[in-house]
Write a protein that binds this ligand. Structure first.
Ligand code: NAD
Length: 269
């Protein structure tokens, strides 16, 4: 059954990584997908998989006029928007906060948070008409924190607060607002982090180990949950931050994992 048949889904950061996996699953579930990205290269790469009735728009979500145009273009084309999935995000830099520059801080907040403000500001009227929903891609670190990523974690903590507050504000329009919170997911974002660390496989075994289920997944695990959350099957769910984390937040794994991981790293060096 196509649970998203004919729905118009506006997904930011849909041209690669978790967003692209979500786009694939939305398409398979019958939706018309509008892929938003600031990266012409990855947009071009996914163009052949997204012919009509899908649509691709080059847009920087941190720039208000870009988002205003992208929403208008979507409404001109389809006459409706059913779902806004705020997925685009950046994680750079990997530093404690006192080393984070003004520019790095501003870029993180402008993309990860202000992007949500922009899509809501320009898209909310369309969602009122369809009684649609908003889905935010948060991160487990918004709840539990992360070493060397304080500014990034702060943007995700803020997304969690936004998700709950927006759920309250828009419930009266029957608009649901939820978030998914992955732990690690193998995408170019993580691959770049792995490259930065140059630790001889240590990052890979660390990332496998932090998940209680024993492996660091790919984006399909997140996308399956996203399909559910934006579908009518989740019609009574709003304001939820849904971990898609293989249990990474459970128990005392971090301490054990550090020990295991050090042993593994020592064995390989
Ligand atoms: N990969 C992980 O381990 C992980 C874990 C938890 C949460 N997340 C979150 O999942 C989301 C997707 O991450 P990913 O790993 O797929 O990243 P990615 O870097 O592979 O893809 C990011 C996407 O966002 C787009 N994007 C970035 N800045 C943009 C901007 N200013 N305007 C428009 N588009 C922009 C990129 O073009 C790309 O399509 C992010 O919000 C990230 O914080 C990722």
């Amino acid at each position: 059954m196509q649970v998203l048949k004919d729905k118009v889904i506006f997904i930011t950061g849909g041209s690669r990584g978790i967003g692209l996996e979500c786009a694939h699953k939305y398409k398979k579930a019958g939706a018309r997908v509008v892929i938003i990205s600031n990266d012409p290269k990855s947009l071009d790469k996914c163009r052949k998989d997204y012919p009509e009735p899908h649509h691709l728009i080059l847009c920087d979500i941190s720039v208000a006029s870009d988002v205003e145009h992208a929403i208008a273009e979507t409404l001109n084309k389809y006459g409706r928007i059913d779902v806004i999935h705020n997925n685009a995000g950046i994680a750079h830099p990997s530093k404690p906060i006192h080393e984070t520059t003004d520019e790095e801080w501003t870029a993180l907040f402008n993309v990860n948070l202000k992007g949500v403000y922009h899509t809501t500001k320009f898209g909310i009227e369309a969602l009122k008409v369809t009684q649609g929903c908003v889905l935010n891609t948060s991160s487990l670190v918004g709840e539990i924190g992360q070493e060397d990523h304080a500014a990034y974690a702060a943007t995700k903590g803020a997304i969690n607060a936004l998700t709950k507050s927006m759920a309250l504000d828009y419930a009266k329009y029957k608009i649901r607002v939820n978030a998914v919170a992955p732990a690690g997911v193998w995408t170019e974002m993580l691959e770049e982090w792995e490259k930065e660390r140059q630790d001889n496989g240590g990052t890979r075994s660390y990332l496998d180990g932090i998940h209680a289920l024993g492996y660091c997944p790919e984006g399909d695990v997140v996308a399956d949950v996203c399909v559910f959350l934006v579908s009518a099957q989740a019609r009574f769910i709003t304001g939820v931050i849904m971990p898609v984390s293989g249990g990474a937040e459970l128990g005392y794994r971090r301490i054990d994992q550090k020990k295991d991981n050090n042993e593994k790293i020592n064995m390989t060096t």
